[in-house]
Design a protein around this ligand. Structure first.
Ligand SMILES: Cc1ncc(COP(=O)(O)O)c(C=O)c1O
Length: 418
């Protein structure tokens, strides 16, 4: 238990010293019980094992088709894999430069220019990170002071909450509307003078929504009005379907100056295990993020950096190929889910689809997902794990379709038994 020497009236004690679940209770340094049974710092105690680890264990136990975790079951382009092998043989095995090797920073800058018309200086406005995950955590640690509020759109990717807690920030979650569009009133109400940053994710995990220029315009407007930073997670930027176009929020008027844009080679080139991501943005913001990143990992995967530079220099062809194949796999899974009696929100992007199991009588998707591997041999995750308020998404389930067609077909056959 806590040693609750509480100092509720102590001014200026940062929120990171507040015990979770005890609003207003403030613990001063040195007042924690330093027991062997409770080594984890208080601000990280709400974060136990992720649902993905639990679901993957269930998938193994029941030999189930794992549509829970978002990793592809085929590796990226052969040329890119070969480039990594070559890089190891050529001796790219020691610490690369902290901000990333020049050829990768140049490739990221060219990508932003060619794709979105953003003029990015590879020398100072690009930072290579250990996956987008490190980019998100470094950006939060760099920009958020203890006690600052960070607006997130709910459902949200699980590392956002943990990153905000690491920084000692306070999360302000704004749920999407039932039709998965941004809620203008709720978003406006979430911003205040305490808002330091807003975290945006488009194309959006888990819903597959691609935010429109108008929706991003609203976020941009609020960020400008409240002088907030924007951390824009665009790891699924290349996965948009049916002509839905991805708009980086940094391209909106006045937004480059206040936006940290994040990309991921793992997602774009189907090499999630390489953990190479990047940040681009104005020099001051990238320098701030780099200052934190250098003490988290200093630098990232030496042989993978030249390989990712090669991947980015291959132009749009491999990206378009992946998108086209994902779109047909999306259609396959959507049809299977509909056939199994679920309602489906057809995703405009990402490699996830959200289905409503309510027509099958499901009211608690978490229990349903825990039973599903044993019942029919399929793994999925409840959307409520991406939410502060689980009641709003109680019957919703996320399935990943970044798997080979025969795997998806097998999943559909199994789901049909429902
Ligand atoms: C929205 C979102 N952001 C970030 C990440 C993490 O990306 P990376 O593997 O490059 O760290 C993921 C991975 O699933 C994601 O879905």
């Amino acid at each position: 238990m806590w040693n609750t020497r509480i100092h509720p009236d102590t001014p200026g004690v940062p929120s990171i010293l507040r015990a979770p679940g005890a609003k207003g209770e403030i613990l001063r340094p040195g007042t924690y019980r330093r027991g062997m049974d409770q080594p984890l710092v208080s601000r990280m105690r709400p974060y136990g094992e992720t649902i993905f680890a639990r679901m993957t264990a269930l998938a193994t136990a029941h030999d189930a088709v794992n549509l829970g975790q978002g990793f592809p079951d085929t590796d990226g382009p052969a040329e890119v894999l070969e480039a990594a092998r070559e890089a190891i043989s050529d001796g790219h095995n020691q610490y690369p430069p902290g901000p990333g090797i020049p050829s990768l920073r140049e490739a990221v800058a060219s990508h932003q220019q060619e794709r979105y018309g953003l003029g990015v200086d590879p020398d100072g406005e690009v930072l290579v990170t250990t996956g987008a995950t490190e980019a998100i955590a470094s950006a939060l640690l760099a920009l958020v002071e203890p006690g600052d509020e960070v607006v997130v759109i709910e459902p949200y990717y699980d590392s956002y909450a943990a990153g905000i807690s690491l920084a000692g920030g306070i999360r302000r979650a704004v749920p999407l509307r039932r039709d998965l569009t941004l809620d203008r009133e709720a978003l406006t109400a979430a911003f205040s003078e305490r808002t330091r940053a807003v975290l945006v994710n488009t194309p959006h995990n888990p819903t597959g929504r691609v935010l429109t220029r108008e929706e991003l315009g609203l976020v941009a407007d609020l960020a400008r009005r409240h002088d907030a930073w924007v951390i824009s997670d665009e790891v699924y930027e290349h996965m948009t379907f049916d002509g839905a176009g991805h708009v980086p929020i940094a391209t909106l008027p006045g937004m480059w100056e206040r936006t940290v844009t994040i990309g991921s080679a793992g997602k774009s080139f189907s090499v999630t295990g390489w953990k190479v991501g990047w940040v681009s943005g104005p020099r001051e913001l990238v320098t701030a993020v780099r200052t934190v990143k250098q003490f988290l990992t200093y630098t990232s995967g030496a042989p993978f950096q030249p390989a990712v530079a090669r991947a980015l220099s291959m132009g749009p062809a491999p990206l378009e190929e992946l998108t086209a194949s994902l779109q047909s796999r999306r259609d396959l899974l959507v049809e299977g889910l509909l056939g199994a009696g679920l309602d489906v929100s057809v995703p405009e992007g990402t490699y996830f689809v959200v289905a409503d199991a309510a027509p099958l009588g499901v009211t608690d998707a978490t229990s349903w997902c825990l039973e599903l591997p044993e019942r029919v041999g399929v793994v999925a995750v409840p959307v409520s794990v991406f939410c502060d308020d689980p009641s709003r998404t109680a019957s919703l389930v996320r399935f990943a379709f970044c798997k080979r067609e025969p795997v998806l077909e097998e999943a559909c056959r199994r789901l049909a038994r429902l």
